[in-house]
Design a protein around this ligand. Structure first.
Ligand SMILES: [Zn+2]
Length: 109
């Protein structure tokens, strides 16, 4: 049973190297400034950028904007979601240069 869950988990996810992911973002948003990339919370569908986090003075913004809904820190926006909980609802994982898989929000339209 556990094996089935693990296989399903792998099949449902896009796992891509950071460089490829960044390239996709650059093409989509027509900028190489990751701070302008727009992400969509898979729970509440709020969209957010790293710049939003910086503007809101969220501590550690650079590690949060692709991973946690801005609603955790900013009133009247989004929700409380952060990836990495027990419930795995993310679709994409980025492989960092040191070989870790990091769950990320999808790019917004
Ligand atoms: Zn949210």
């Amino acid at each position: 049973m556990l094996a089935v869950v693990v296989i399903l988990n792998i099949m449902c996810k896009n796992v891509i190297p950071f460089e490829d992911w960044k390239k996709l973002g650059e093409e989509k948003f027509k900028t190489d400034d990751v701070k302008q990339f727009r992400f969509k919370c898979p729970n509440c569908k709020e969209t957010q950028t790293a710049q939003d986090f910086i503007d809101a003075k969220v501590e550690g913004a650079s590690e949060k904007f692709f991973f946690s809904c801005i609603g955790r820190w900013v009133e009247n926006r989004g929700c409380n979601l952060t990836l990495g909980g027990l419930l795995q609802i993310h679709e994409t994982e980025v492989v960092t240069s040191d070989g870790n898989n990091v769950a990320v929000f999808e790019f917004a339209e």
